[in-house]
Each structure stands twice: as structure tokens, then as C-alpha cells.
Design a protein around this ligand. Sequence first.
Ligand code: SAM
Length: 225
Amino acid sequence: NLSPRLAAVASFVPKGARLADIGSDHAYLPAHLLLKSHIDFAVVGEVAKGPLENARQELKRQRLLAATALRLADGLAAVTDDDQVDTVTIAGMGGILIRDILAAAKQRGQSFTTLILQPNTDEQVVREWLVQHVYQITHERIVQEDKHFYEIIVAKPGNQTLSAQDLVFGPFLRDEQSPAFKAKWQKEADRISLIFERLTAAGKTDTPAYQQWQARFQDIQEVLS
Ligand code: SAM
């Protein structure tokens, strides 16, 4: 069974999608969707040989090799036009790497109907890239696993304007104010409070860094109130 994080990613894959899972590692996500007959084809992309071998073993064990194309490639270079991929999942990587993968794909002239992205960090970088490149965010979800919070961002081609706060907090997530959302940002506010204490003790309150933390802290208070 999938972890709550990957289950949330999987829940956004349309039935019958032609999927590319980039950075698939053990290929748990495509394997799960294939086993449920939710999809019948997936490109499994990996930049590293070890993880691609993990994927091959898992898919072989589940007798799913015939329904997949395993590709050793950087990002969406794993996908060819002939694959007719319409849905892309990229999960469990930093937001900057996800942005770079999307940007390289755009440069190659690739475009996809549905992007399902789960950045581990720098979510605002991903949202920024999406709105700047004519994708609109259609769904978001936040999932807590142990002490970690994971955001899932679903996007489709289209126009959207987002405020600076939307980019940081997520337009849907901040509207929804789920318990996980509140817990994530309360944790961040607590972390910033400790930074304030340190900077105050060091006599560094009159600095650009302090002001930046203060602005972020105020944004969090505003969004949580
Ligand atoms: N997607 C799975 C998940 O969410 O559980 C696995 C995440 S794993 C932490 C990240 C994987 O991304 C690694 O296996 C790594 O080799 C792969 N990766 C990193 N950069 C990549 C790139 N540019 N193209 C394809 N795969 C990449």
C-alpha cells in the first residue's frame, strides 16, 4: 500500500491517463495505479541507475513490466511524443529541481494536460514557475506524515494570477485551512520565533535578515488568523 503522501499524489491521476512518473525510484506509484487498473501504461523515468533498477525489480515482481517503459533519463527527457503521455507526476524532490525539470521540458517543446507535483521544499518556486508558464493550479492538498508536511500541487494549462501570499501558502490550501496546513505554518512560526530570539540576543534586530523573517512571520499570522 502507498504511503499517505504517495496515495494523495495517486488520487489526482485521472482514470485511463497515460502517465509519466519522473524520479520514480521503486515505481510504487505507477505500480499501484497499474495494479488497480486505474491506468494501463506508464513511463517510469529515473536519472540514476540504482533507482531505475529498483523500479525494474518492483515492476517485474508485480508482473507489470509489459505495461511500462523504463527510461534512464534526466527529467522529462524520459518521455517521447510516441508515448502520448498526458499526465506527469513528479514527487519527493526539491521544488527547485522540479522547476528545473519543468523548464527543460518546456524548452524541448513538451507540454502535458495534467501535472501532479509534490515538492519536498520550495513550493513557492514551483507555483511561481507554473503561473509564469501558463499553467493554472486546479487542486492542492497537504498531507502530514510523521513530522513532515507534504504539499501536492495539480496544474493544467491555463491562465491564473496569484498573489505573493498565494505563491507561498497555496491558493487552495490557505482557503481550506486544514489541520495539517495550520500545523505546518504554526511549526514554521515557532521556528521563526526562535530565530528572533537568537537575533535579538546577538543584537541583530536592525538587519535586513531580521526584517525578512518579520515579514514572513506576519504573513503567517495573517494567513492563520
Ligand atoms: N517519486 C518517488 C517518491 O515520491 O516516493 C521517489 C522519490 S526519491 C526521494 C527521488 C528520486 O528522483 C530519486 O530516485 C532520484 O534518482 C530521482 N531524480 C532526481 N533527479 C532526477 C531527474 N533530474 N530526473 C529523473 N529523476 C531524478
